[in-house]
Design a binder for this molecule. Sequence first.
Ligand SMILES: *Cc1c(COP(=O)(O)O)cnc(C)c1O
Length: 231
Amino acid sequence: MADTILERASGIYRQMSHAAMRAGRDPAEVRLVAVTKTIQASRVLEAHHAGLRVFGENRVQEAQDKVTSAELGPLRSTIEWHLIGHLQKNKAKHAVSLFDMIHTVDSLELATVLDHHAERLGKVQKVLVQVKLSEEETKHGVPVDGLIPLLEGISSLRNLHPLGLMTMPPYLEAEETRPYFRKLRELRDDAETRGFPLPELSMGMSHDFTVAVEEGATLVRIGTAIFGERA
Ligand SMILES: *Cc1c(COP(=O)(O)O)cnc(C)c1O
């Protein structure tokens, strides 16, 4: 593996472009979310110096520390911070004040609380709906048969802007994740025919992002392949 963040990230962009072009897609449709959980602010700054501008965190408190750090605080307006981890309702207020996009909305209760805090902050919160495509108990997300009812519920909340779907398949060999990514795209296409425009598909991690891009990902969430193994 190349040894600087810049070299690793440019290698990932090349693989993302190739995967998009293999599938007949415009590579510009796919954005890289650099997953910075457990990574110190100084290394996130190095990633910013390498041109990365979208960062994904999975914990509200850790993100708060990083977003407001001496290194990254002054760069706030140049960065998009995304929440990619499960969100508890009691952290919703902080999440709305911190994140440009929340990938993990999986219930109408959570959506309603987020909407309330967005209204109080005078913000329209961009969100994705996390879908549970496997039966693993540890995986969060709305079950497939709850997706359309949840989208209907969210559509009546004036301060949330649902932009797409997110999923986390079970940890499998890259090629074995393909049916999950394809399923998410089909669910999105089905939702669009019912009148819910959902351009974004957040899917794919370090070991399977090329498959996800071939299947339609617009946001790939990559940590290890950029920053190395987490401690
Ligand atoms: C940690 C994490 C990732 C990135 O995983 P890597 O294998 O390090 O690329 C992506 N998505 C979510 C939700 C994560 O928690």
